[in-house]
Ligand binder design. Sequence first.
Ligand code: PMP
Length: 496
Amino acid sequence: MRIPLDRDDERPLYRQIQEFLRQEILTGALQEGTRLPSTRGLASELGVSRITVSNAYAELEVEGLIYTRLGSGTYVAPGVERILRDREKETGLDHWPPWQQNLVHDSPLYASSKRDRTRALMSAADGTISFAPGIGAKEVYPIRGFLAAVQNVLRRDGSEAMSYGEIEGYQPLRATVSHILSSQGIPTYPEDVLITSGSQQAIALVAHLLLRRGDSVLLENPTYSGAMMVFRALGVRMVGIPVDQGGMKVESAETLLRKAHPSLIYTVPTFHNPTGTCLSTDRRHQLIQLAERYNVPVVEDEFAGDLRYGGQSKPAFKTLDPGGMVIYIGTFSKVLMPALRIGYIVASGPVLKLLQERKQMTDLGTSTLIQRALETYITVGRYESYLNRARRVYRERRDAMEAAIRTYMPEGTTWTSPDGGLFIWLQLPEGLSSSDLYPVAVQQGVSYAPGALFFHDAEDSSYMRLNFALHPSETIGEGILRLGRAVDLYRDMSQT
Ligand code: PMP
């Protein structure tokens, strides 16, 4: 393939290749289904490194113009005309009314960044072993039990189950949540529980109630990207605290509390997303004392706290709460199924009433049918036995992933060894960029969540988040083998 390259051009070589191929595809010179040359072939033909060609292909893949079929090659994608039209609508704003144009200019989320491109790449990956999602294994979902629960509820409650319900949530489900939490050592009253549509809504409700544009929030850095999205959209300044094996380095919190006057502390203290670490008991005590002294509420996001496979459990902030300082957030998404969209807030004091009002304004309450079905499905005993099953499966998978990393990843790779949750946080050797490695990994048939997604202040990172719970052990082994191969290849390509 003759691609004219100009080494004096200020555009990088990969961009020149990308733009040439894009032009060929959009004019129809390269038709749907046409196989593109291999990265190796094209690189040697053009006298450039393979990484240059890989980057060009990765960009075209993000644009939806080409796709890679594992073990077969890279092809021109179907539906290019539609993509063209959609893109024109997205990028050209001039034909939209001014209020829409202003919306885009004012939105902190709209701006395209390397992070967004990485996110797009994650969804473009096809036919790969993906360690990227933040969910449990589908084969563990109790589908049959839940089907029976829905049928029972409809038989028992009829149209009641199809009506609006109480804003604060279905009372028997709130009672079940408080029983479960109390049985886990977090004494809770049903009156203090507000059922939400997933814990994402819980984070959004709390943030909208407590934060205003220009406020600051203290959080782990890295942290859960969905929470950062909420803070970013609100125009809130994120003040990050680094994380080590013992979770957030609380030692630096006091200075930041004094300097930044945050309005809220957001923390994922147990099996932290993305690092898998647990905040040590001492640090929990220190942080709650600081929160009280500086009068800053603590939002405790316990998204997977029950998925423990080893180690000692630590006291929840909620149990250390001297009274009214902690807003506890939980979810059934990781332990049961994300499609339930059932999460909850546990809080006491006037803040709970105000959160209920916000909930009412937002959606008039979480699905009555699903709340009732979940309540009939879940008793404390059933929850425990389900948890035990999930724990057994996930523990084995965590061990399988660690063994595979030891076997297949190059020397210098480091990673966290979590006592629970879903994630291993892996650092590539010699500070290699996990975002730059990404297209090569996808071409090798494996994907992950690049570390840059989880830092509020970094466009690049040598870390990646790997979900160990998703796949059976053999698939994990194969996926990590591919990842190791991708690193080798990436290093070779960078040296060419
Ligand atoms: N908190 C954390 C730390 C998460 O990882 C997630 C989802 N990945 C959520 C909250 C939101 O989950 P959901 O809305 O499904 O409860």
